[in-house]
Structures are given as C-alpha cells and as structure tokens.
Design a protein around this ligand. Structure first.
Ligand code: HMG
Ligand code: MG
Length: 299
C-alpha cells in the first residue's frame, strides 16, 4: 500500500470532545488541559466554539478559554464559529484559525444551526469573507457526509454542492464529517473515489466518529486514498448534541498508536498524550472510551 509517510492530526477534544459533556468543567481546568495538550507535539488544537451558549452550555466560556490558554507558536489554535457574532468573539480571543460548519443534510442543518442550507450560505459567506479579508485561515466542516440521523444517506451530489460552495467562498481546508459514526470502509472508498477526483486531496480532512467502532478502519481506508489529515479527540471523547446517538470521535491516542505502528510519522508523543488523557479522565470522573485508556486504566 502506498500510505503517506506523515499524517497531521487535528485535536478536536476540547471542542467536539467536551461539547456533549453535561457536567460543566471549570474554565481553568479546560485551560490547563489545552496547555498540557500543547506539550504533546500536536500542531493543531480546536480549543473551543463560539456558538450560542444556550445551545452548547459547556462551551459558554469560549472567550475566557481562548484568552487564557498559553500560545505555542508552532500550534494553530482554532475554534468553531457559526456566524458574525461568533467571529467577533473568536477574533477578540485571537484565535489563529476559525472553522465554519454546516451539514449536507437539510434536517441536521436545521436542528444544529437553526437554518435551512440555503439560509446558512450567506451567513457563512460573510464570516469567510471577513476572516479571509484579514488573512485568518478558515476551515469548513461539512457534517452528515456518510449519513444523517434524520434523513439517512445523503445524495453525493448534494454533499458536493455544499462542499463546492464552501470552497468557492474561500475555505482553506474541508473537514468531511461522519457525524454519527455510520461510515464503513466500503462507503469511505465509494465517497473518496469521487471526492479526490473533484478536490485536491491535500485540502481534505476526515472527521470520523466511532459510534459503531469503525473509525480506525475508515481512517485506514482514507490513507489508501492519500488523505493525510484526520480530526480526532483524545480518549475518544465527543459527539454532537444535535445528532442523537452520536458518540465520540476517533480517539487521538488510538489513532497515534495505529499510525506509529504502521511507521507513519505524526510528531506526537504517545506517552504525553496518555498523561493528558488521564488528566481529563480525572476531571470528568469517568473512564474515557479509547482502547489506549482502557489499557492505561487496567495497569
Ligand atoms: P439562533 O438561535 O438561530 O440565533 O442560533 P439567532 O441569530 O436567532 O440569535 C438568537 C440568540 O442567540 C441571540 O441572543 C443572539 O445574540 C445569540 P438573544 O438576543 O436571544 O439574547 N447568538 C449568539 N450568542 C453567542 N455566540 C454566537 C451567537 N449567535 C447568536 N455565535 C446558532 C443560531 C447557529 C447561533 C445556534 O443554532 C447555535 O449556536 N448552534 C450551535 C450548535 C453546535 O454548536 N453544534 C455542535 C457543533 S457542530 C458538530 O459537532 C459537528 C462537527 O463536529 C462535524 C461532525 O462531526 O460532523 C463540526
Ligand atoms: Mg464531530
């Protein structure tokens, strides 16, 4: 197999990982955790989300977190932004990159961001225009690429229509989300077969949730297609509150373990990663779901 030599892992634990956690974590503990993650060799951390705190109470302290974390100049600190209001706060917090997000599925888009797909486009265009106008890179997420909790499978042309529009607006990277962890390697193959013909694969990232235990298999299939960027959350935390049944992202610690064992470089220190996962595990007072943490907890 012609696997890449190096893979970039984008840590979304502090955002995707925590957004579904009910018990509010003290802001300082989030800051300490992100500071610790910054010592692991990661080059990209999605630190928080500037959304309406009524919708995502856990991340209501986004401004304090963004302002409180120590900045390592080799790391990009990013945040989710749904609209102009969120962008203003993200800029106030000096985030290095912002991520706009929407869904390929009409119903999930409505449930998640309270708008139809067509009403979302101008909102995101304004955010992207403003951000790129001041040279802030913008990442675009498209959710429900491999299935929607409300509509089932989504037509590939509909998915490409949303992705095309975001690229046209000026995003610098597209993260393709398996929001509810339904993808299988066969589905990933069928999708990527077309996607890598349509888009420059170096601009694509895959964002797998592990609801049905298939995330690592899906990463492996994506590697076959030359994908070199993956989103993951330490310890397998994660889930979208507006996608019933969605569970954690592929665990960063499991992903690093697999890639390193395949001889693929990530630049991440696996031991420091586990220490950092154990810190969040103590904070949440429950075992984290990753395989590496199960081994750690058994010792
Ligand atoms: P809305 O209620 O339609 O907004 O929410 P609105 O524009 O009508 O405003 C209503 C109120 O919200 C106003 O306050 C605004 O000021 C406030 P009021 O006047 O009533 O006091 N408001 C805000 N406050 C703070 N920050 C903001 C903001 N915007 C408006 N940015 C909105 C629309 C999009 C804001 C809302 O639906 C929302 O916050 N949704 C977020 C949902 C979310 O975060 N979901 C999880 C992330 S997506 C995900 O997990 C998937 C992903 O991981 C990929 C994958 O797995 O597929 C990325
Ligand atoms: Mg997600």
């Amino acid at each position: 197999m012609n696997w890449p030599e190096k893979v970039t892992i984008k840590e979304v634990g502090p955002r995707d990982g925590l957004q579904n956690e009910k018990a509010i974590i003290p802001t300082q503990r989030k800051i300490d955790w992100i500071d610790q993650l910054s010592e692991t060799g990661l080059t990209y951390i999605e630190a928080t989300s500037f959304v309406n705190p009524k919708w995502i109470p856990q991340l209501g302290d986004a401004l304090e977190v963004g302002k409180g974390i120590k900045r390592n100049p080799t790391i990009t600190y990013a945040a989710l932004v749904p609209n102009r209001r969120g962008l203003e706060s993200a800029l106030e917090a000096s985030m290095d990159e912002i991520s706009v997000f929407m869904s390929a599925s009409e119903t999930h888009n409505l449930k998640n961001i309270n708008k139809s797909i067509s009403d979302t486009f101008p909102v995101l265009k304004e955010v992207i225009d403003t951000a790129t106008g001041i040279r802030k890179p913008v990442r675009g997420y498209v959710s429900t690429v491999f299935g929607c909790p409300y509509e089932g499978s989504i037509d590939i042309e509909q998915i490409f229509r949303v992705c095309d529009q975001l690229f046209e607006y000026g995003i610098n990277e597209l993260s393709l989300g398996d929001t509810i962890g339904v993808a299988s390697p066969r589905q990933v193959e069928e999708f990527l077969e077309q996607a890598v013909k349509r888009y420059d694969k170096s601009l694509l990232a895959l964002h797998f949730h592990d609801t049905r235990g298939m995330a690592l298999a899906n990463v492996l299939k994506s590697l076959d297609y030359g994908i070199t960027t993956f989103d993951s959350a330490l310890g397998g935390l994660g889930g979208c509150p507006y996608a019933p049944g969605a569970s954690g992202n592929v665990a960063t610690d499991d992903l690093v373990h697999m890639l390193h064992n395949m001889g693929i470089v990530t630049g991440i220190d696996a031991e420091k990663l586990i220490k950092s996962a154990s810190m969040m595990q103590s904070c949440l007072e429950k075992p984290l779901p990753s395989h590496q943490m199960a081994i750690y907890n058994a010792q």
